[in-house]
Design a protein around this ligand. Structure first.
Ligand code: ZN
Length: 357
């Protein structure tokens, strides 16, 4: 019998939907802007249109949903992260189950991306820690095929562990979070601050990176870097706005400032990941998101840095890998997670293999 597994990715910018059939073929895929400023009812209306469009494939068997922020086990929104007015307290899970006339589960989008990466390994990882480096740093932890979500699905906010006491201020309001050094926007801001010589608060992260690169482009430990010949530094001094993509393009071209920013971001990530290794004991750490797409060297770098930052058993038996799924991970992960509501583990892994190749 034909089965149609739907996935939704609901963010502050857009609502995306996908349907895969029992053979893993994508049968429908669509997106619409989120009418975030018009309030929760308008957003639910837009979700209803997407669900209606997905239902053209056939009667939906299940719906998995990923969304930013906190969500309780009944699918009620308990966080404000999607930036939608009146969104707090919305019974999203019940509303979508009613629209689709199918079982529905709503999870934090970092957890859904982690689930997608677990599914992409077809059961090859027992306990997988995922970090997604984009506008912020999201994360998730999958053990034996289950999302370990914690209270309101907010577990593994690994971007908000402190890697530098009294360090740069994070979007969450706390000083020194990993996200303040290694999210996409933070990497751009770091390049601008360092290029202009405004790096007084980089502290031990910079020292570690400087020391680690004593024979490399940064010169001797303790020296104030001037980044001779750096086009990126010249742009920063000229007042240009820089983003992570530009930093990593410059890195690939051998730019000294980009190398310094990369070293500091890698150190921040290595400290955060090391905390994850000590707390969760994963067998696989997956790094994904837009930043990693432009910086494919980072997983191996972080694996090497972790060796001095957590006891050896924690990193020795752990693989560090780039994400296998690109920007469709959230959607495909949502569809597969939804399918897990109605399929056995073996059926789910077979569907993941068929869907993800
Ligand atoms: Zn933070």
């Amino acid at each position: 019998m034909a089965a149609f597994y739907a996935g939704l990715d609901i963010g502050g910018q857009s609502i995306k939907g996908i349907v895969v059939d029992e053979e893993g073929r994508v049968r429908e895929e669509l997106a619409t802007p989120t009418p975030a400023s018009q309030g929760a009812q308008a957003v639910l209306g837009a979700i209803g249109e997407v669900v209606g469009g997905l239902s053209r494939a056939g009667r939906l068997s299940s719906v998995g949903v990923g969304t930013p922020g906190g969500v309780d086990e009944r699918g009620v929104i308990v966080g404000m992260a999607a930036n939608i007015s009146g969104w707090y307290g919305t019974g999203l899970g019940e509303a979508i189950a009613s629209m689709a006339q199918a079982p529905c589960s709503v999870r934090n989008d970092g957890n859904i991306a982690a689930y997608a990466e677990w599914a992409a390994r077809k059961g090859g990882s027992k306990c997988l820690l995922f970090l997604g480096l984009g506008t912020g740093i999201g994360g998730g932890y999958i053990e034996d095929g289950r999302i370990m979500g914690g209270r309101d699905d907010r577990a593994v906010e690994i971007g908000h562990v402190i890697v530098e006491p009294h360090g740069r201020t994070c979007a969450c309001g706390v000083d020194g979070c990993a996200e303040a050094y290694a999210s996409g926007p933070s990497i751009g801001r770091l390049a601008m601050a360092m290029g202009r010589g405004e790096d007084a608060r980089l502290g031990s992260l910079a020292s570690a990176a400087w020391t680690g690169a004593a024979s490399g482009p940064l010169g001797a430990s303790g020296a104030t870097p001037t980044f001779p010949g750096s086009r990126l530094a010249a742009r920063a001094r000229a007042g240009d706005l820089l983003n992570a993509r530009e930093v990593y393009e410059a890195y690939a071209a051998g730019d000294l400032l980009a190398a310094a920013v990369d070293a500091i971001a890698a150190e921040a990530l290595a400290r955060a990941v090391s905390i994850g290794l000590a707390v969760l004991a994963p067998d696989t750490v997956v790094l994904g998101g837009g930043v990693i797409a432009g910086a494919p060297h980072l997983p191996a770098r972080i694996a090497a840095l972790a060796q001095g930052r957590v006891y050896s058993d924690a990193w020795k038996h752990c693989a560090f890998e780039p994400a296998r799924l690109s920007n469709r991970a959230g959607l495909l992960g949502a569809a597969l997670y939804g399918a897990s509501l109605v399929l056995s583990r073996a059926e789910l892994i077979a569907l993941a293999a068929a869907t993800l190749g």
